[in-house]
Design a protein around this ligand. Structure first.
Ligand code: NAD
Length: 478
């Protein structure tokens, strides 16, 4: 049984007045408890962060990045343990959890390259006058994260923020506090000075306290769109920097000349991997032209899938019930029903199988994000119609086209209103150094959450103008 407290710098502090169970989606069993931070603990975490950050900011980028080299080694050395924890508290397969550790390692590798990217600029702007631009850290950042990637999403922000000279206060999802504690422990073992990383647990109240706290300079948020909007508005109304990543409903366009077997396999894997609990999961198929064979293949593959074996559990019983209600109320035709899927796993785990819903028109399809193993399919006559449908979505995280025609791929890249586009790939996540970030209701604020696009949020610039006086010139031989 895990007993998770709050990590105020490198001190673990429990709060007996606010203790909550942590359950495993695999079994529905309680695997531990987490105590939430009270306002005094948040104040202490912020005070420690401010103090530590002042010293940290004095070091060079190169010196700070040494901790990330060491963290990379910690992640490698603890791969098995981390993967077990993620699978236990989040429910995803061990292979997915290992992939998350590999991704966290990659994120550290990008962070150690920041010194090369961040070097300031100098320019002679007039005779004897030069301007030098230097980068400085923002200060103390709060990082608020969702349940679906308990290791990767915190690691989107923490390594880059630290190398840029900031301190971080992590507020993980209440469903996955164990991984967050392990992250803090590994950073301490990697030699990160005390105070630069704290973990405060909790829900709405803790997030609001972080948005309002005068000692916090900037926030990154990743989660659902309604909460992203609330956090973005609250943080920016307090004149803090904020980048808030929201939910998604990602469209896959398919033209009718593709190979049905190959493409149906790609699409179902993009839809049902991690049981659709990815913000880049394929959600809606816009089948252009005579795509009957692709649709038949998608249905056939979906019917063969077994919850548990092919689809891991959802995060909670409530999430399973929500998808059940969505399927009950949809005006579309449910041709594969995940509620009746066979389950291989614990009967008390939070399982549901893949579902496929067919719609006659886009107007019939609800706009909301489903966040489960569900594919919604609509047939359209032209590429223009498909692009117009996607453009109407309030979300703009990912969108892809499967086609054998280069011109269609080009038109889709120009017309689709998503931040991350794919051509013949179902989950178009850009790898570092390219940045992760959507558009429309999938992201509020400027910049991106990873890669070089994250650096403007994490740094400030100062411009130094110097005048070299002509009278300083001497004739050394006279
Ligand atoms: P969520 O919005 O419920 O929670 C995210 C964080 O916000 C958690 O730390 C939670 O404690 C906190 N929170 C919840 N309600 C709050 C409130 N009313 N006020 C303040 N804080 C609150 O999201 P989730 O269920 O943990 O994660 C799934 C969602 O995250 C999906 O919508 C998914 O698409 C999205 N997501 C987006 C991205 C992206 O990059 N765009 C990446 C991963 C997940």
């Amino acid at each position: 049984m895990y007993k998770i407290g709050n990590q105020i710098g490198q001190e673990t502090v429990h709060n007996p007045a606010s203790v909550h169970p942590v359950t495993s989606p695999l079994t529905g069993q309680v695997i531990g408890e987490v105590s939430y931070a009270d306002p005094a603990m948040i104040d202490r975490a912020v005070a420690k962060a401010r103090e530590a950050q002042r010293q940290w900011a004095q070091l060079t980028y190169k010196k700070r990045s040494e901790v990330l080299f060491a963290m990379r080694q910690q992640l490698q050395a603890h791969e098995d343990e981390l993967a077990q924890i993620i699978t236990q508290e989040n429910g995803k397969s061990l292979a997915e959890s290992r992939a998350a550790v590999a991704k966290a390692i990659e994120l550290c590798e990008f962070a150690v390259s920041i010194p090369a990217l961040i070097a300031g600029k100098t320019e002679i702007v007039s005779t004897g006058i030069e301007v030098k631009e230097m980068t400085f850290p923002v200060g103390v950042l709060a990082c608020i994260t969702p349940f679906n990637f308990p290791l990767m999403v915190p690691m989107w922000t923490i390594p880059n923020a630290l190398v840029c000279g900031n301190a971080v206060i992590l507020k993980p999802s209440e469903a996955t506090p164990v991984t967050a504690m392990k992250i803090a422990e590994l950073f301490a073992q990697a030699g990160l000075p005390d105070g630069l990383l704290s973990v405060v647990n909790g829900e709405k109240e803790v997030v609001e306290a972080l948005c309002d706290h005068p000692g916090i300079d900037a926030l990154t948020f990743v989660g659902s769109t309604p909460v992203a909007k609330l956090v973005y508005k609250r943080a920016t109304s307090n004149l803090k920097r904020c980048l808030a990543m929201g939910g998604a409903k990602n469209h896959i366009l398919v033209t009718d000349e593709v190979n049905p077997e190959i493409v149906a396999k790609e699409i179902t894997s993009a839809a049902y991997g991690m049981s659709g609990q990815r913000c880049m999961a394929a959600s809606v198929v816009l089948a252009i032209g005579h795509c009957g064979a692709v649709i038949d293949q998608i249905i056939a593959i979906s019917k063969q899938m077994v919850a548990g074996r092919d689809c891991p559990p959802l995060i909670s019983r409530k999430a399973v019930e929500k998808i059940g209600q969505y399927l009950d109320q949809t005006p579309g035709t449910v041709v594969v029903d995940g509620r009746r899927a066979m389950v291989e796993g614990d009967p008390n785990g939070y399982y549901i199988g893949p579902s496929v819903i067919l719609y006659d028109t886009i107007d019939a399809m609800p706009e909301e994000e489903v966040f489960g193993p569900t594919l919604e399919i609509i047939q359209v006559a032209t590429l223009e119609e498909a692009i117009a449908y996607q453009n109407r979505s309030p979300y703009g995280n990912g969108a892809s086209i499967f086609t054998d025609t280069g011109l269609y791929a080009q038109e889709a890249s120009l017309g689709l209103s998503s931040g991350m586009l794919g051509i013949n790939i179902g989950v178009p996540v850009p790898r570092d150094p390219f940045s992760f970030g959507g558009l429309k209701g999938s992201k509020f604020g400027y910049g991106d959450i990873t890669g070089y696009g994250s650096l403007p949020l994490l740094t400030t610039t100062r411009k130094v103008t110097t005048k070299w006086n002509p009278k300083d010139k001497k004739d050394w031989l006279s």
